[in-house]
Design a protein around this ligand. Sequence first.
Ligand code: ZN
Length: 506
Amino acid sequence: MYTEVTLKTDLSHLSDKQRKMVGIMIEVAEIMDGLFWRQSYGDKDALLSKIKDPDTRRFAELNYGPWDRLNNNEPFISGYNAKPDVAQFYPEDMTKEELASAPAAIRDQYTMVTRDADGKLKAIPYHVYFKDEIEKAAKKLEEAAGLAEDAGLKNYLTKRAKALRTDEYFESDLAWMDMKSNKIDLVVGPIEHYEDKVANYKTAFEAYVLIKDTAWSKRLEKYAAMLPELQAGIPVDAAYKKEKPGTDSDLNAYDVIYYAGDCNAGSKTIAINLPNDEKVQLQKGTRRLQLKNAMRAKFDKILVPLSDMLIDESQRKHITFDAFFANTMFHEVAHGLGIKNTINGKGLVKTALKEKSSPIEEGKADILGLYMIGELLKKGELDGNIRDYYVTFVAGIFRSVRFGAASAHGQANMLRFQAFVDSGAIVRDTEKGTWRVDFDKMPAAVEALSAKILKLQGDGDYDAVKAWFKAKGEMPQTLKDDLNRLAKAGIPRDIYFKQGREVLGL
Ligand code: ZN
């Protein structure tokens, strides 16, 4: 199911101080890893020490618990029930209704929720609940800041240490946005909302240690400047694109040298778009980080062999790394487009669409990214053949739907796949069991799906979104059969990492 990839990059251009700093960052990441275990499962050592079979133990490590993240979180160790939607963020017996009517602190993204002596829900801030580890991590961040030669990085690491101690991340997010010239980067803290399956309120701890690829970053620079122009062109009524995307956003390529916590659990992200705080986004935009070494590994080890089985032979020549890279890159750009607030007074899109907000936002980014590629090709701002982007995109859907409905990306992919089937943009050859893109129908299908999602978000129409998932979120049998063929052929669904100081020679 997983294939091993060694996370490496050239560190020869780093100074001794920088190498030392990278080592400390990895130690901080290891602390985040432990915190994520506690948020997701509970006692890591107690679980792992009772698993005798080494492969099963390794599998539990990759999943941060006894549930298979690539298979709808089914338990793979006997004696365990389904993964609780509350994870460890809330008491297991809490209901959605109880959560909805609880005081705001209970729903705060930086609190763990327990019950007090009277059985009432009680919020404990992360920096209190995880006090010892947080203090350790903050001290190490300050130590790393002392070694930082880049002023922006020094400022960010110092502020991030403070943020961990207070659960106030705003200033450190701004400092992270202001970093431009640093070669080394660290994404660290409680960040994404996916692990809270009840309401996507709580943030999960994670860390990425990153080395910037300056050559590739130059290629990406020009697209950031085009965000406002791209926003004006998206295929939806003016009311749904009236917000100005941040123009200070930047897009850079990195090699990752360490994944920890949330981002290391189950399927691995190959691109990051942060920060998530809308206040920061409106003020400064976002930074989009393309994780090139991880992307290349997935392309070589998964996408190419998968295409050799599922894509029509005549279209396999259109599977290219450049298209895969661009599709992923424009997914991230597309997160910055559209709107964050509903147009009818329902507040933030994220709040209005509740637990469906993440899959819908991911779906938006995917389809709008592809739409933009088409537009940029027409304008002559991007090289390549639209057919490469389309076919590689469809192969990418097959790669992603294998993650199942448990991940936001997996659900979004299912809706998109069904939309393409319904519009005739993709067609299955029943004899060969392969799929091909109908190049004439694809452009209209992309535009229609983009418009549909942008409108649902702007309207904050939770009921319509829910109905859509109900009607089209199930995987059809033919697709299940196709995916089973991939599994039988031993084509991995995802990668896991051999990573750390030793691998890097630090
Ligand atoms: Zn995304």
